[in-house]
Design a protein around this ligand. Structure first.
Ligand code: SAH
Length: 225
């Protein structure tokens, strides 16, 4: 899979993809991520990519021309399955959306800044809009990194134990069960006996029950889905 990200602040995206699982995904050539500075498509020598909003009001808006030219440049290079704008006023990112996007070949992600991007770009170029939560961040870089991470770890071969993503929270609409590691007793706090029983069927049942219990307590809405 290939992910292209267009941003005003490419520096913010240097670290998230340079470590751990996403780094390994890139090394194994399972995932390519390219970060492109929008200023390459600035409208003048001052690097302008934003302007005041029509109708007045505080805050700058990202202009049509740089974004349209950038998106058209990439669309000429290859076919994108989705052109995604990260924005708080959109459908919330969830696991099933990440699962679906992980099956695509090429994604182009636009991260916004300031007051956001001109509405005409959203209407005419963007094919999917995604929010990472009901709060407002100062830029779309962290949301783009969140999305790329959620997708990248699902690509076959990226995680060491290929089945392990299947047992994370939200797959099957359940939260993950509690996990423990050595020592079996710490400050008098013991690991549940069943996990030390060596009986895989009983352990699987226990984990399932714990998942259901936790989901009912914390996120009952998931069980109704
Ligand atoms: N004025 C906008 C917020 C702009 S925040 C509004 O009220 O809806 C600036 C940029 O940060 C946005 O263009 C978007 O790309 C990004 N952003 C902020 N919060 C986000 C969130 N919860 N999910 C995804 N992107 C977000």
């Amino acid at each position: 899979m290939r992910i292209d990200i267009i941003t005003v602040l490419p520096e913010l995206l240097e670290s998230p993809f340079a470590h751990s699982i996403l780094k390994r995904a890139k090394e194994k050539k399972l995932l390519e991520i390219f970060v492109h500075p929008l200023r390459q498509w600035a409208i003048n020598e001052y690097g302008q990519i934003d302007d005041y909003q029509f109708g007045g009001g505080a805050g700058m808006v990202m202009m049509c021309e740089p974004l349209a030219n950038a998106i058209e440049f990439f669309r000429k290079e290859r076919k994108y399955d989705e052109i995604i704008y990260m924005t708080p006023d959109a459908e919330l990112l969830n696991q099933s959306m990440a699962n679906a996007l992980s099956l695509k070949e090429n994604l182009l992600i636009i991260s916004g800044h300031y007051k956001g991007i001109d509405e005409r770009i959203r209407r005419h170029f963007i094919t999917k809009e995604i929010s990472i939560g009901d709060y407002v961040l100062s830029g779309g870089e962290l949301p783009a990194a969140v999305l790329a991470d959620a997708i990248g770890r699902l690509l076959p071969g990226v995680l060491n134990d290929e089945t392990s993503a299947l047992f994370d929270s939200f797959q099957d609409n359940l939260l993950a069960p509690p996990v423990y590691t050595r020592p079996a007793e710490f400050r008098g706090w013991k690991v549940p006996d069943i996990l030390l029983s060596g009986d895989p069927a009983k352990i699987a049942d226990w984990r399932y029950e714990e998942s259901v219990k936790k989901t009912a307590e914390r996120r009952p809405g998931l069980l109704n889905d």
